[in-house]
Design a binder for this molecule. Structure first.
Ligand SMILES: Nc1nc2c(c(=O)[nH]1)N[C@H]1C(S)=C(S)[C@@H](COP(=O)(O)O)O[C@H]1N2
Ligand SMILES: [Mo]
Length: 299
């Protein structure tokens, strides 16, 4: 595989983690300022305190491996992620099935330090490595008339106990409107802390949409389909009243069974564990995507 961290040492190998993080956070902020035209998230990014690798990889949702928070880290070790193939199809000029290396080849790898907010009202901050989904879709060649992008996770019953027990319907599927998919904040992540994704984090490649509830960020992707219909999404199929297609983080629209106004910070400790939830999870630059829409109706 052509991952740049393979066979090379990174800052992380030679610099104590906290120092490295501060430096990288500032660099990521500067890169973001260039790419996004100096939007408000830059200052916010510098203030973010990332969770540790340990926290990020031991408290997970990945129902293919079970519904408990430690099931993914306990059970995902046997998933083989190399070789891995991803199919890009639907309304694109250049459909095909690609190895991960082919898919990633030529993409601009960046670090993105993002807030991550689960609909269950817990949150982390994760230093992802990845590339903009827009770059991949542009290379695939989006055809006229396309409106949405659909994603699908691998189904590997031999190594996925949650799939064997049918804990929900698989494959796990997700989708975005095309303008959401090509927004510069939307990335395909292949790593965290300059290490390849752990299997429980969605290896070898997953979606990350930081202004939406975590379940939109589908893991271990094997298929990306450009379409002219709003695609079905797993949690919406399970309970449409509780989980909408958009699922933008919104502290003013509560889940039918709990408040979304605040969340628990994973690793925050006993006295520092709750925080107010921000509109669009603190990414106001996406607001223009939803101009004129009733965000209560389009939850
Ligand atoms: N394929 C798949 N993707 C998934 C899930 C899942 O169960 N299966 N869970 C989602 C949910 S609910 C959340 S909160 C995030 C969790 O990502 P993390 O474990 O890396 O924090 O993954 C999302 N992506
Ligand atoms: Mo979630």
């Amino acid at each position: 595989m052509a991952h740049r961290w393979k066979n090379t040492f990174t800052h992380a190998d030679v610099t104590p983690e906290p120092l490295w993080l501060n430096r990288r956070a500032i660099l990521a902020g500067m890169a973001g300022a260039g790419a996004l035209g100096g939007v408000g998230s830059v200052a916010a990014q510098e203030a973010l305190e990332p969770n540790t690798w340990e926290q990020i990889t031991t408290y997970n949702n990945f129902y293919e491996f079970g519904t408990g928070k430690s099931d993914p880290s306990d059970n995902a070790g046997d998933m083989v992620t190399d070789p891995w193939e991803i199919t890009i199809d639907g309304m694109v000029d250049n459909p095909g099935t690609f190895s991960l290396a082919e898919l990633v080849d030529g993409m601009t790898m960046e670090e993105r330090l993002y807030r991550f907010r689960c609909v269950e009202a817990w949150a982390m901050v994760v230093p992802w490595n990845g590339f903009e989904l827009a770059d991949l879709l542009n290379r695939a060649g989006i055809q006229d008339g396309a409106t949405h992008v659909a994603f699908e996770t691998a189904v590997l019953p031999d190594v996925m106990p949650g799939v064997r027990r049918n804990v929900i319907e698989f494959p796990y599927v997700e989708g975005l409107r095309l303008d959401e998919a090509v927004h510069p904040l939307t990335i395909m992540a292949t790593g965290i802390y300059d290490r390849p994704l752990a299997n429980q984090s969605g290896a070898p490649i997953r979606l990350v949409v930081p202004w939406k509830y975590g379940f939109k960020s589908i893991k271990s992707i094997v298929k990306i389909t450009v379409t002219n219909e709003q695609p079905p999404t797993t949690w919406n199929k399970i309970n449409a009243r509780e989980y909408g297609f958009y699922s933008n983080v919104n502290p003013q629209v509560d889940h039918p069974r709990w408040s979304q106004a605040s969340h628990r910070v994973i690793g925050g400790g006993l006295f520092n564990s709750r925080e107010d939830t921000l509109m669009f999870n603190g990414y106001p630059e996406v607001a223009s995507l939803y101009e004129g829409m009733d965000l209560r109706e389009n939850y």
